[in-house]
Design a protein around this ligand. Structure first.
Ligand code: ATP
Length: 267
């Protein structure tokens, strides 16, 4: 079997990112298998977003090796990495405010999967189809002609996810996809990510909302000070004394224990 069709989609080995004397990411290794959802948690400043930035080429790694779908992407820039098939969303809304929903997704679909030497933005049928599919998938088709600046917060989150999936990625990175959302909006995004998984998407997500992280992830990683301090199934997160000490605290540990025991109380 060729490496590119094997089980492993992404392999990161000993990734380090230094900003001056600070090792924001300090020797992270991570393997992501096709079709799984991996969740990353950890306190503010743990290095989660920086890890995403390095893997998606937003900033170069100081050290380490990253292989995606059989290609060494360690030295590639963000555009090439996206064209290889990794897409991401950002913690804060990243969109062209004065363009419409459709126009924003067109831009992602146009630039996302092929190298465009002359950015003429002459949209072909393929781009239009990708945009339409992404809009329909996230449920924004009715708002395609709305200006982004007028959208409520949930729709903005959906827009970012639509932009990412319009590039037809093999791997989707979601950075705090439910930050700032209320409980029913969180449920809405849980449903959407479950549908992505059912459609074969591989997802790595960062989230502080434990209910979201634990409901979706088959494997959870907790980072602290740039390092992985825990990796295991969601049920084991709150059992880990180091995670409870450095991140969750005793109150959340108890809530999570009840959640897993009864499946009712929301952490
Ligand atoms: N461009 C940068 N220049 C200098 N330091 C940075 C830069 N980006 C991040 N850092 C630092 O790296 C560390 C890790 O930050 P990062 O944003 O990755 O943490 P995080 O785990 O994503 O936190 P949060 O949960 O608050 O989003 C922090 O100390 C941050 O101040």
């Amino acid at each position: 079997m060729m490496e590119s069709s094997g089980t492993i989609l992404l392999e990161c080995e000993n990734v380090v990112k230094r900003y001056g004397s600070l090792a924001a990411v300090d020797g992270m290794s991570l393997t992501v298998n096709r079709g799984e959802i991996v969740g990353i948690g950890g306190p503010n400043g743990a290095g989660k977003t920086t890890f995403f930035d390095v893997v998606t080429g937003v900033t170069p790694a100081t050290e380490g090796r990253m292989v995606f779908d059989g290609h060494d992407i360690s030295k590639l820039g963000a555009d090439s990495i996206c064209q290889h098939g990794i897409a991401r969303t950002f913690q804060l809304n990243a969109a062209f405010e004065s363009l419409t929903v459709r126009e924003n997704i067109d831009v992602a679909a146009y630039f996302g999967r092929s190298r465009r030497a002359i950015p003429g933005l002459k949209l072909g049928q393929d781009v239009r189809r990708q945009t339409q599919e992404a809009l329909a998938f996230v449920g924004l088709a009715d708002k395609a002609d709305a200006t982004v600046g007028q959208l409520p917060v949930l729709d903005r989150k959906l827009l970012m996810i639509a932009g990412a999936i319009a590039t037809r990625p093999k791997l989707l990175f979601l950075d705090e996809p439910v930050g700032g959302l209320n409980s029913s909006e969180i449920d809405h995004i849980i449903g959407l990510v479950e549908r992505l998984k059912a459609n074969g998407m591989t997802v790595v997500l960062i989230e502080h909302v434990m209910r979201f992280l634990l409901a979706l992830s088959s494997r959870v990683i907790i980072m602290h000070h740039g390092k992985k301090i825990f990796e295991g199934p969601p049920q084991a997160v709150a059992e880990d004394p180091v995670v409870v000490d450095s991140y969750l605290g005793e109150g959340t540990r108890k809530r999570l224990a009840t959640y897993f025991a009864e499946g009712e109380v929301q952490p």
